[in-house]
Design a protein around this ligand. Structure first.
Ligand SMILES: [Zn+2]
Length: 534
């Protein structure tokens, strides 16, 4: 392999039509570089990349520390010129533009008053971001350089990925009147920081000299960054068709546990305008509050918008901060209805690249107390007579505790599973005592046959008037003629012993099933039948 001595450790961007190279000695393999360019796509890769593309960080260095071309003065210069927060957003947008098309996540972190290029970890150094952005007057030399960018590790020190802006140049937002558009210049430099070399195509963002305002990436820039890290992909839930609408909402109820809280990681908005849907069932503790947080802090550049709805789709609360990025937003919902299903959506707070990125969803129920006694059902809903439930026996010593929906022993306290279009699975359920009855209510999303499974437990289904519709042990099927018919499902021990674990699965069946007349509650037998609901 031919190795050529090449001067290219970092790149400086010239003024209009000009370019120059910062002269630093480095061994580079020109032959390999040429091979990395693909015919038809005018991108060139440097050959370096971030070792952990899912956790790239960046920071803005404070003023006064010694930077590559003099003391840093970016904050003071740009605060005076643009206002605090305005220019920082251009940095975030530039990085987010790359993040929005590649399988990477970039988060902003704090920076410390340490000079450029000190020794440390090439990625994940806790003192500053992997990519540090700063600026200096370049010693007030008359140089055409607008900014420089360093490639990813290995560069020997923490300078890998760092960007330095020449603060003596006439930067604006928009690039009018012969000025330099800050976003366009930062987009180019952060492309270097992620591993892209100069393109030979003058239209490309990665062309070596400033060619005017770039509204975004060109096809060859996108092809280049995807050649390094791959295209941005759907998260594992979306890849299974989950989380993309109300009926496919990701059910986080099973993850709540005894602390009544859960964190869903590894979720991501893959495109601008995407929305991800979640759902959770409130515990049967009157007075509880639901706190939901969409957290992009330390995760990605996403500026999340969070909304919470009740089972009927009424908006209960929303939170967003479109002026922020890499941030967390929370919604608190009090006055929860015990056992009620709630829905949560996460989308971008903006309509630009800051609407894309990974995040975590945190769901927590706080406060509230279980009712001191189980209220008997009221009105027209009457509990079925106990033809199935055996009288309590002394039985074996119970080793399973009450599940998270207790007490849901009656129709009035039924756990609301919402509208089931295709299927719902509720795991980690228990019949902790011989007399424990778990009651659920759901509505079918469409007419047809629904199959209900509950391990080896006794299943009984009632209409909203308390009329029995079907019963069986382990599983049964029921035909429902009208969509959104309330179905009350009672689960009890088939053996009369309690101390059982089970999962409840309700799923719509494809194809036709036999229709039988309405039946009365029967002795439980191990068979599957189809039962008609009028
Ligand atoms: Zn460059």
């Amino acid at each position: 392999m031919l190795q050529l001595r090449h001067w290219s450790k970092s790149h400086e961007e010239g003024g209009r039509g000009k370019s120059s190279r910062r002269r630093r000695l480095e061994w580079d393999c020109l032959e390999e570089r040429m091979l990395l360019a693909t015919a038809g796509y005018d991108y060139v890769l440097n050959g370096t990349r971030w070792a952990d593309p899912s956790h790239i960080t960046y920071s803005v260095a404070p003023d006064g520390v010694l930077w590559d071309h003099g003391p840093s003065n970016l904050n003071a210069t740009f605060n005076a010129k643009f206002g605090n927060g305005v220019w920082q957003r251009q940095i975030a947008l530039a990085l987010a533009t790359w993040e929005s098309v590649a399988n990477i996540n970039i988060a902003q972190v704090a920076d410390s008053a340490l000079g450029f290029g000190i020794y440390g970890k090439p990625q994940g150094d806790p003192r500053f971001g992997d990519i540090r952005v700063s600026g200096s007057s370049f010693y007030n030399r008359d140089t055409p350089t607008l900014a420089i960018g360093y490639y990813p590790p290995p560069q020997g020190t923490t300078e890998a990925g760092d960007v330095e802006v020449n603060t003596t140049k006439n930067f604006t937002i928009g690039g009018a009147g012969g000025s330099y558009d800050l976003y366009s210049v930062l987009l180019h430099e952060t492309g270097h920081a992620l591993g892209l070399d100069h393109s030979l195509n003058p239209k490309a963002v990665m062309y070596a000299s400033y060619q005017g305002v770039q509204a975004g990436l060109q096809p060859e820039d996108i092809a280049g960054i995807q050649a390094i890290y791959g295209a941005r992909v759907a998260d594992p839930y979306q890849a299974q068709g989950l989380g993309q609408g109300w009926t496919s909402a990701i059910d986080v109820t099973a993850g709540l546990g005894s602390a009544r809280q859960t964190t869903v990681g590894n979720v991501s908005l893959a495109t601008i305008g995407a929305t991800e849907y979640f759902t959770v069932i409130a515990p049967n503790t009157p007075g509880a509050t639901l706190q939901v947080t969409a957290a992009a802090g330390n995760v990605s550049l996403l500026s999340p918008k969070l909304s919470v709805f009740d089972a009927s789709g009424n908006l209960l609360g929303a939170a967003a901060n479109p002026s922020a990025w890499s941030n967390n937003v929370s919604v608190n919902t009090a006055q929860l209805v015990p056992g009620q299903r709630y829905y949560i959506t996460v989308t971008g707070a903006t309509r630009d690249a800051l609407a894309v990125g990974a995040y975590q969803l945190q769901v927590a129920f706080t406060g509230g107390n279980p009712p001191s006694q189980v209220t008997p059902p009221s009105g027209t809903v009457s509990p079925p007579s106990g033809t199935i439930i055996a009288p309590p026996t002394t039985g074996p010593v119970s080793t399973v505790g009450p599940d998270r929906f207790e007490p849901n022993n009656t129709s009035a306290l039924a756990t609301n599973l919402g509208i089931v279009v295709n299927s719902v699975t509720v795991g980690n359920l228990t019949l902790d005592t011989a007399g424990d009855v778990d009651t659920f209510v759901l509505r079918n999303g469409k007419a047809g046959i629904y199959r209900i499974l509950a391990g080896g437990a006794a299943i009984r289904v009632f209409d909203r008037f308390g009329n029995p519709l079907a019963s069986d042990v382990g599983e049964l099927s029921i035909r429902v003629f009208k969509p959104r018919t309330p179905l009350y499902v009672q689960i009890s021990s088939a053996t009369g012993t309690g101390n059982e674990n089970y999962s409840l699965i309700v799923s719509a069946q494809k194809g036709k099933g036999a229709v039988t007349p309405p039946v009365k509650v029967r002795r439980p037998v191990l068979r599957q039948g189809a039962h008609r609901l009028v």
